[in-house]
Ligand binder design. Structure first.
Ligand code: HSE
Length: 446
């Protein structure tokens, strides 16, 4: 019986899930593969905690360096997370001829462009399905299932923690901080939850999706990123009255002429989506990725975006893909049977520009605090008219003790540059407070 031998780095939430699958689903995996996947070694700093699993046949160590070099390991699973030391361990494993599977979106977004060539140089594979959308096989769908299409747009609800928070705030009027704590207890949140709530985790994932969709390089640092920390229950209620829900979306679209893509739009921000759209129905820690292609039209991939069992499912699917074409001692040839990691052959991947934020066209939700006195709304709308920004809807709430009232406006499409110019002029009005909340709206999502 041929087999592939796995070394696991990190026995936290996801690592425990992966070990559980490799042990509990061993027979199912053998029947699907015609060969076995054997967990031979595990490294973690804390080997004393009981994970409820039998590791009697597994070498346990607190030294990850040993596993990435070990003779008896064919494939290293990196589940430490973060940039370092994960990057060094992965680079060493690849350089030692080991396949690597990771759930680490930060690593792939930031260092993927250095690690893919290293894997190719050493004739090994790198799998990262679990890095985007947790348990949803959305990268495989985009890379392989949608390969016949020019991709027209990618919309993703890509962070389980944020979706969980926004859903609870909407349905239960729950307090932001309490819900975040609950998401942390459920194992959804990152070690540093500002990565979740400030949109960084979504930007990591979006940069991978965008590069895969358009055959470009991964440009995480160029993603326009805003999180959900300024959203209040009252914004959620205002959006709802206007027929929208607020979701933290990652959005990627191509720009160019005659079908030739020369720039990619990438943005992450809280977004108003129509309440009857499919994306608006995605709640709790669920994620969804909506990919539209010129032949296939709208497709949507939905499932658990975080947590032990779903994320481990995607990690093990990658292990099985590699195991299908590569076994212990089989040499590097098998890797050529896998789709290229980013969906385009390397020589055809381009260094496409990122569309400057000022040129992004969007519809907007604006929440202004204004003095409740005659002529203020007229002054604000006259600036909008002057900037050629057309209004779709407007509502004014009750007066507060401080005599200022929140005014919510929905605009039709304009560029970000134009909107920002209008806002600078609006907040210069003496009757308007500086603290303006700008949310973006996508009414064309499916
Ligand atoms: N912190 C991430 C989330 C985990 O909440 O979605 C999955 O990447």
């Amino acid at each position: 019986m041929t087999e592939i031998r796995v070394g696991l780095l990190g026995l936290g939430t996801i690592g425990t899930g992966v070990a559980r699958i490799l042990i509990e689903q061993e027979e199912l995996m053998r029947r699907r593969l015609g060969k076995s996947v054997r967990l031979v070694a595990v490294a973690d700093r804390d080997l004393t905690r009981d994970r409820g699993l039998d590791f009697s046949d597994v070498r346990l160590t607190d030294d990850a360096n040993e596993i990435v070099r070990a003779e008896d390991v064919d494939l290293v699973v990196e589940l430490i997370g973060g940039y370092e030391p994960a990057r060094s361990f992965v680079a060493t494993a690849l350089a030692h001829g080991k396949h690597v599977v990771t759930a680490n979106k930060a690593l792939v977004a930031k260092h993927g462009e250095d690690l893919f060539p290293l894997a190719a140089e050493h004739g090994v594979a790198m799998g990262f399905e679990a890095a985007v959308g947790g348990g949803i096989p959305c990268l495989k769908a985009l890379r392989e299932g949608c390969a016949a299409n020019a991709i027209e747009s990618v919309y993703g609800i890509l962070n389980g923690t944020c979706n969980f928070i926004l859903t609870k705030m909407e349905n239960e009027g729950a307090d932001y901080a309490d819900v975040l704590k609950e998401a942390q207890q459920l194992g959804y949140a990152e070690a540093d939850p500002t990565f979740d709530v400030e949109g960084i985790d979504t930007a990591h994932k979006l940069s991978i999706l965008a590069a895969m969709a358009y055959g470009s390089k991964i440009k995480f640092d160029e993603v326009f990123t805003e999180g959900i920390s300024r959203i209040t229950a009252s914004d959620i209620a205002s959006a709802s009255e206007l027929g929208y829900r607020i979701k933290l979306l990652g959005i990627a679209k191509p720009h160019g002429v005659n079908g030739e893509v020369n720039a990619v739009e990438m943005r992450v921000h809280p977004t108003l989506v129509p309440a009857d759209s499919q994306l608006a129905q995605v709640s709790d820690s669920y994620n969804a990725v909506q990919v539209s292609g010129d032949f296939v039209e709208h497709t949507m991939y939905f499932g658990r975006g975080a947590g032990e069992r779903p994320t481990a499912s995607a990690v093990v699917a990658d292990i099985m893909d590699i195991a299908r074409v590569c076994s212990s001692g089989s040499g590097p040839d098998g890797v050529a049977h896998l789709a290229p990691p980013m969906g385009f052959v390397d020589a055809e991947r381009r260094d496409l520009a990122t569309l400057p934020v000022a040129d992004v066209e969007c519809e907007y939700y604006l929440r202004l605090m204004v003095q409740d006195q005659p002529g203020v709304i007229a002054a604000v709308t006259s600036i909008l008219a002057d900037q050629r920004i057309s209004l779709e809807a407007m509502s004014q709430k009750e007066r507060s003790a401080a005599n200022s009232v929140p005014v919510v406006m929905l605009t039709h499409e304009t560029t970000e540059g134009n909107l920002q110019a209008a806002i600078s002029r609006i907040i210069a009005l003496p009757a308007v407070e500086e603290d303006v909340l700008i949310l973006r709206k996508e009414s064309k999502v499916a």
